[in-house]
Design a binder for this molecule. Structure first.
Ligand SMILES: *Cc1c(COP(=O)(O)O)cnc(C)c1O
Length: 465
């Protein structure tokens, strides 16, 4: 198919965008003055913008385009499904083939007895489902007061009222009266930023034990569930020390608390296994999925639920669901995504080829004077920037200035790396090859050099005291 090139000039599109389009997580007035970058097409790991720049997408869109862009099979499946059955609901004693087939496939792929799927349109919706499902589970078992949910500070679980309350992002809680009642946030296992003089192992245990303290404070008979991302994504790719997750699992079991693993980013190969829970050695009761489920080609999410929880929920009418739960086109696209992942052995590629190549490249980048460390699990990583390597110090200037500067230099070098505060985030499509990782590293090095020079010029290389 020929590329779509007959669009308006970039400046006109930008003016229309500024006039009518409200961007998420954006100060739209500032963006309007600057002009949004317009992405017009994409293939493999490269985006093309309206000026013809070819940009290496080291973020896989928003952590989701795992198969890379431009897979024609996906478009064909979507078109076929649209013609055959574009929509039907699953509320009123009806179902359809794509939802059945996808639920069965997910039950096969998920570990242990995670055998049941409740579909949603996104990760946020799926976490809203989880919130209501775990509370309903305990209520059905005669314990309606076992309803509190424990999460972590700096966690990301979505942007709806329920899921943003589960999340631990302060700037989100500050708008719109969040969090809703009954949700509590303990410390995150971020050794790089908060570990101080403790070893990662000691720190991991200490942070896990905050869960037990919180359970004892609230009373175990009041706590329904703990939710966590196996590796925090939007919080800055926080890879917990090895001691953390086994201790969390132990504490949940001891106090009879359900464990929800938010696999929206980690699921479907990102950490080198099908699920991040496998990488971290845990067995959750519920997994949240979205993003990589369809490689971002169609909006779909869901909850994969264990036998024990499904048995209780299935015995009552769970008054919950979305018009697009199990949407046939999205489900068909997700199935095709999973089929291709298996046909092309994407998990093996991540584990044996791409992840080792990325780790090597990042370790070299880690030698840069501006980089304080390397956080990496499979193909998700972050490089924290620092004015003082030895002490992992923060910048004296506002948090995020250095990260934003680096992000701008990345774009100038045709590379997308997102920044979370002063951390640069890497989460490329899973199909990335070692040759492409070399190109990524070259561009990243140039961007880091330019950032360093820039910060030095502006006298911003000072450490916070
Ligand atoms: C992106 C994300 C979500 C929210 O998913 P949406 O599809 O944007 O609603 C939830 N949890 C995690 C871990 C995420 O990264």
């Amino acid at each position: 198919m020929p590329p779509i090139t007959n669009h308006l000039p970039t400046a006109d599109l930008q003016a229309l965008d500024a006039a009518h389009h409200m961007h998420p997580f954006t100060t739209n007035d500032d963006l309007g003055k600057k002009g949004a970058r317009i992405i017009t097409r994409a293939k493999g790991i490269y985006l093309t913008d309206s000026e013809g720049n070819e940009i290496l997408d080291a973020m896989a869109g928003l952590w989701c385009v795992n198969l890379g862009y431009g897979r024609e099979e996906m478009g064909k499946v979507a078109a076929r499904q649209m013609n055959e059955l574009p929509y039907y609901n699953t509320f009123f004693q009806t179902t359809h083939v794509p939802a059945i087939a996808l639920a069965k496939e997910l039950a096969d792929l998920a570990p242990g007895d995670l055998n049941h799927v409740f579909f949603a349109g996104s990760g946020s919706e799926a976490n809203d489902t989880n919130l209501r499902m775990v509370r309903t589970y305990w209520a059905q078992k005669g314990k309606p007061e076992k309803s509190h949910i424990i999460s972590r500070k700096n966690a990301y679980h979505g942007s709806s009222v329920g899921s943003a309350s589960l999340g631990g992002m302060t700037p989100m809680h500050e708008q719109g009266g969040l969090p809703i009642p009954g949700i509590h946030h303990i410390g995150q296992p971020d050794w790089y930023a908060e570990g101080g003089d403790q070893s990662p192992e000691e720190f991991g245990l200490a942070r896990a034990r905050e869960l037990e303290e919180k359970i004892l404070e609230l009373g175990a008979d009041k706590v329904a569930a703990f939710i966590g991302e196996p590796v925090q994504g939007a919080g800055g790719v926080v890879i917990p020390p090895s001691t953390y997750w086994p201790e969390i699992q132990r504490i949940c079991e001891k106090h009879d608390i359900l464990l929800i693993a938010d696999e929206v980013i980690c699921g479907f190969g990102r950490t080198g296994n099908w699920f991040g829970s496998q990488t971290m050695g845990i067995t959750p009761h519920i997994m949240t999925i979205a993003k990589g489920l369809s490689s971002g080609y169609a909006p779909i999410g869901g909850s994969i639920v264990c036998d024990e929880v499904a048995e209780v929920i299935n015995a009552c009418e769970f008054n919950h669901g979305y018009t697009y739960s199990g949407h046939p086109v999205c489900a068909a696209v997700a199935l095709e995504n999973l089929r291709i992942m298996q046909e092309e052995n994407i998990i093996d590629h991540v584990r044996d080829v791409a992840a080792p190549a990325l780790k090597e490249a990042l370790e070299k980048l880690g030698e840069h004077p501006l980089v304080g460390g390397v956080n990496v699990s499979g193909l998700m990583a972050s490089l924290p920037l620092t004015p003082h390597k030895e002490s992992r110090a923060k910048f004296a200037t506002d948090g995020g200035v250095a990260g934003y500067t680096c992000r701008e230099h990345c774009f100038a070098n045709n590379l997308v790396m997102r920044h979370v505060g002063d951390r640069m985030i890497i989460s490329p499509p899973l199909i990335i090859t070692p040759e492409e990782i070399k190109i990524f590293a070259e561009r990243a090095t140039k961007a880091l050099d330019a950032t360093y020079a820039d910060l030095k010029d502006k006298d911003l290389l000072k450490a916070a005291s």
